[in-house]
Design a protein around this ligand. Structure first.
Ligand SMILES: Nc1ncnc2c1ncn2[C@@H]1O[C@H](COP(=O)(O)OP(=O)(O)OP(=O)(O)O)[C@@H](O)[C@H]1O
Ligand SMILES: [Zn+2]
Ligand SMILES: [Zn+2]
Length: 803
């Protein structure tokens, strides 16, 4: 083939199609689809991805490929296609979709340089900056204070040029190895010739008479307590040879994983796993929802399903939410499958991630356990994809390429003809609705392991606490129970939701929360104007001075942080030792793991934390879980607030009483009557589902309707309003009458970095032309969107973040 068709690393609409480049003789056969290349693009040299090859090009002037970065294609044929699909689905640039599938280090970084093209002095201020060099960093020029005008003159004269150099960021690590060339017999013969004085040399040769495998040079020299001076002559004489072998940084190399064997499945587990195994065996595609209460043994079902896939010589992808990807979790997979497992998550360094990814690429592993982006693992023979805690919103990427791992999983599984298993104790409403409809196969685990029962839940009405004079953050019951556990040497988990740290308004007397009359959503408090606003529709109203329900004046907007709780805890129960886990205490690498380890080793009585302690933890000594402010999620300006509350309360409660000792849960709330709090305390998912579905139906939300969120931003507020208005009008005109186009409305975060943000929300059932329409909008504003700090339009199909 003569030409490579390349997607260049310049995100824009007209680079969504490939550019042609000639393949020079020396790269023939190496350049193939999926390979990264360096190509000239305008004045620069940049990176690109070869997507196809061709014999001809319709262009007459085609430049040469400058360099090739991969020997093995970085992206398989399947992933190249998947990128195209992603690009259509999310309306993001093809290049961004290709990049999103690769580890960070494989995305090129550019260095901008100034090149001096003449030996003669430049006769300008720029001369001293070059200081006799021919090349310098562009940054140096910028820091020098020399005018851009001067530079431009030199460029026009052809004596200076601007160059873009690709800095490849991959960091492969190698070790020097030593290996015998002669066979045993020849070695023996050679030994005869080695002088008796050269003891060290003799030792080396003798070693290789008996050990034929390559050995790291360092290790060999250590073993025989010798130096490379004795080794060198042997290499020169052709007895041994040295070479570099790529080594992988293994983040878990210092850890011993105790091998585990499969449990005999319970009846419920075997019933659940049968259809999954059958689908694997029959090489069919199907989607299963494994709905199992916390501690019901879902993970064992995953493990045994994966085992089947391994036995059949295929590969499995296991997705776990970032925060649940605890060492405990990794241990369960490494313990069962040993070195067949690669792990991908954000706590690894960029180099470690790259190495884990390479293990997958080189087919050295058959299983990958990882967070969201592991869905792009470059396997070529996938037999199973599992998504644990499938309801987690972190499976949706919220910037640039806005994909949902669940959708990608299903798309890949279709191609590989294999099942997808979605698992959760609290499935997303969308997922459960599909299972109820029969689109997904529902599998149920209703009982906890070891006859453990679900912990009893006490709901404490914090309004009453206040009325009875308790102004602390801890109800009397929670305090009593904590005291009790401390005296027994048992442990406590205290959960505070920090995400809800903000801005809804609540009456501390009656718990009334001010909601939008049209949207069934808590109004957001805007402090500067002292007004309440709904960010779905345009409703707003002044901040009330007294409660519209009970006329109390104790109206407050809400929010407490973990640090405050820790201080309060210290005053209330000074003898308790507390481990606090939140974004601040877990910033350093490994601290997450260390804190959990300490708690597991019973070095503290109380684990106090946010989201990150809500799931995955399996500590037998935890017999009490306290939820400090169950309402904080409930009142987020989000139609999923109730669902999130139900999910979180269920997850947190699930941390207690998982083994022999029974557990208890205390939930503190200002709205004990709310169905999501009440039904979570009874572990009644079905009932919750039914209640919530009624509301979703009444207010036209998913799963009854799909959503598209178009967010417009610009430094000028009038401009934003105007553009959003235009978009709203256009969509109203073009979409069917069954769709609802809401807006323009200020976003919940109305101004970020001095840019105003407005939005248009579309609720629809079926709009096959919608993507084309949105593309037309994006095309229409393309030039304005290219300007620096200009217009930005973000389109999010099926949004989860509504801010
Ligand atoms: N068939 C079995 N026989 C005995 N023990 C089992 C069996 N299956 C699972 N277990 C054990 O029961 C406990 C709970 O199981 P597991 O953690 O898999 O549940 P889960 O549903 O994944 O929980 P969660 O959703 O809360 O994380 C674990 O300690 C696990 O080792
Ligand atoms: Zn009130
Ligand atoms: Zn509203």
């Amino acid at each position: 083939m003569t030409f490579a068709n390349v997607i260049v690393d310049v995100p824009s609409q007209n680079t969504n199609r490939p550019f042609d480049y000639k393949i020079p003789e020396k790269f023939q056969g190496i350049v193939q689809p999926g390979v990264r290349v360096i190509i000239p693009f305008g004045p620069r040299k940049i990176m690109g991805y070869v997507v196809t090859l061709s014999e001809t090009s319709e262009f007459s002037k085609v430049k040469n490929i400058v360099d090739v970065l991969d020997v093995t294609p970085a992206l398989t044929e399947e992933l190249l296609q998947l990128g195209k699909w992603l690009s259509r689905q999310t309306l993001s640039y093809y290049i961004s979709c290709l990049q999103v599938m690769l580890p960070q280090v494989m995305k090129a970084k550019y260095r901008k340089e100034l090149w001096k093209l003449t030996e003669d002095p430049l006769d300008s201020d720029l001369d001293p900056v070059f200081d006799g060099r021919a090349v310098m960093d562009y940054e140096e020029f910028e820091a020098s204070g020399v005018s851009y005008h001067t530079l431009r003159n030199h460029i026009n004269e052809g004596v200076v040029d601007v160059h873009y150099e690709v800095k490849s960021r991959e960091t492969k690590k190698t070790t020097r190895m030593v290996e015998p060339i002669l066979d045993e017999m020849e070695m023996e013969e050679f030994l005869v010739d080695v002088s008796k004085q050269a003891k060290k040399q003799r030792a080396i040769v003798e070693y290789f008479v008996f050990n034929r495998a390559p050995i790291p040079k360092k290790q060999l020299l250590e073993l025989l307590s010798t130096t490379s001076a004795s080794l060198k002559p042997l290499v020169q004489e052709g007895v041994l040879k040295e070479f570099d072998q790529e080594v992988f940084r293994d983040p878990y190399q210092d850890r011993e994983f105790e091998r585990t064997t499969p449990f005999t499945l319970t009846e419920e587990q075997s019933t659940a796993i049968q259809p999954i195994l059958q689908t694997i065996d029959h090489k069919q595609h199907d989607v299963f929802l494994l709905h199992g209460v916390t501690g019901s043994g879902k993970t064992e079902v995953y493990l045994q399903s994966i085992q089947r896939v391994i036995d059949e010589g295929k590969e499995a992808i296991m997705l776990v939410p970032e925060i649940a990807l605890t060492p405990q979790m990794v241990e369960r997979f490494k313990g069962r499958f040993g070195s067949k497992v690669a792990v991908l998550h954000s706590a690894l360094s960029a180099g470690e991630k790259y190495d884990e990814w390479r293990k997958i690429q080189r087919k050295e592993v058959q299983v990958v356990v990882g967070a969201r982006s592991a869905i792009f693992a470059p396997f070529s023979n996938i037999g199973l994809i599992i998504i644990d805690e499938e309801h987690e919103t972190s499976y949706k990427q919220e910037d640039r390429t806005r994909y949902h791992a669940r959708d990608v999983a299903i798309e890949r599984a279709k191609g590989h003809r294999c099942p997808v298993v979605l698992g959760s104790a609290t499935p997303a409403l969308e997922t459960y609705a599909r299972a109820v409809k029969g689109n997904y196969q529902l599998l149920t685990l209703s009982k906890r392991m070891n006859e453990a029962t679900m912990p009893d839940v006490d709901i404490i009405d914090m309004r009453e606490e206040l009325h009875e004079g308790n102004r602390t953050m801890f109800s009397r019951m929670l305090k009593e129970k904590i005291d009790d556990r401390l005296s027994k040497g048992e442990q406590v988990v205290l959960f505070l939701n920090r995400r809800g740290y903000s801005t809804f308004v609540m009456c501390r007397d009656c718990g009334h929360v001010q909601e939008c009359p049209h949207c069934d959503i808590a109004l957001t408090f805007h402090k500067r104007q002292n007004r309440l606003k709904c960010h779905y529709c345009s409703h707003e109203e002044p901040m009330p001075t007294e409660c519209p329900e009970c006329e109390s004046k104790t109206i407050r907007y809400f929010g407490t942080g973990t640090q405050k709780v820790e201080e309060a805890l210290e005053q209330l129960i000074p003898e308790a030792t507390v481990i606090r886990m939140d974004v601040d205490t877990t910033r350093r690498k490994g601290s997450h793991e260390r804190l959990l380890q300490q708690f597991g080793d019973k070095k503290a009585d109380i684990l106090l934390g946010t989201q990150m302690i809500a799931k995955g933890l399996d500590f037998g000594n935890v017999t009490l879980v306290g939820v400090l402010a169950a309402d904080s999620l409930l009142n987020l300006p989000d139609f999923r607030a109730s669902e999130k509350t139900f999910q979180l309360l269920t997850q947190v409660s699930g941390r207690a009483g998982r083994h022999e000792k029974p557990g208890e849960v205390v939930v503190q709330t200002y709205t004990p009557e709310h169905y999501s709090v009440d039904l979570a305390s009874q572990y009644d998912f079905e009932q919750f589902f039914n209640e919530e579905m009624k509301l979703r139906k009444a207010f036209n939300y998913p799963p009854y309707y799909f959503l598209t969120l178009i967010t417009v931003s610009h430094p000028n507020q009038l401009k934003v309003q105007e553009v959003t208005q235009k978009i709203v009008q256009f969509m109203r005109q073009k979409l069917s009458d069954q769709s609802h186009v809401l807006g323009p409305t200020p976003s919940a975060l109305t101004r970020i970095n001095n840019r105003y943000r407005y939005q248009c929300m579309i609720k629809y059932k079926k709009e096959p032309e919608q993507r084309k329409l949105v593309e037309r909008i994006l095309h229409y504003y393309e030039d304005e969107m290219k300007q620096e700090n200009g217009l930005q339009i973000i389109v999010d199909f099926q949004p989860y973040q509504l801010m």
